[in-house]
Design a protein around this ligand. Structure first.
Ligand code: FES
Length: 173
């Protein structure tokens, strides 16, 4: 019979579990701190998401129904329940940006990052995605990274933007 989890994987899970408990304890298990706790867990995950098992630990430790934790994770756009890059680059595909060549911008990011739309760079730093109008149509074509919106994009600007995020150590929130 072969074990499905290797020793290294098991040790990794234990380490992550301890990390999750430490984050919850840092906030004194306060229910009001649910958002901050989930953000810290997402940041510490290394893959910018909150895994289901850690959502369950949060629910148990904070004595909240798991549905409440799920509600928060799915309501706020800043959370992900699937692995993604530390920085999610969202390129607007709505009509005003589309006519100002948003497709070309996708290609520019793909060239600079060496990945396709919907993919994550091997270093887990960037995920490239489409999004709908972010309300900055007058400076289209537009890309959004976290809360930052970048407009009037050119190949040079795209390279500059990507480089500005490399080596930044803080977690995207
Ligand atoms: S259509 Fe792209 S920002 Fe509005």
């Amino acid at each position: 019979m072969s074990l499905k989890v290797t020793k290294d994987q098991a040790l990794g899970i234990v380490k992550q579990y301890e990390q999750v408990l430490a984050i919850i304890n840092k906030y004194n298990k306060e229910k009001e701190q649910l958002l901050s706790i989930l953000l810290d867990i997402q940041c510490a995950s290394g893959e910018n998401y909150v895994a289901e098992e850690w959502a369950e630990v949060v629910a148990r430790e904070l004595e909240l129904p798991i549905s409440k934790v799920h509600d928060v994770l799915t309501f706020y756009a800043m959370f992900s329940i699937a692995p993604q890059g530390k920085y999610v680059i969202e390129i607007c595909k709505s009509t005003p940006c589309h006519v100002t060549k948003a497709d070309a911008v996708v290609k520019m990011f793909e060239d600079v990052l060496g990945i396709g739309l919907g993919q994550t760079t091997p270093d887990n730093l960037f995920t490239l995605m489409h999004t709908n109008c972010v309300g900055a149509c007058e400076i289209g074509p537009v890309a959004k990274i976290g809360e930052e919106v970048y407009g009037n994009l050119t190949a040079a600007k795209v390279a500059e933007i990507v480089n500005s995020y490399r080596g930044v150590s803080s977690c995207q929130k």
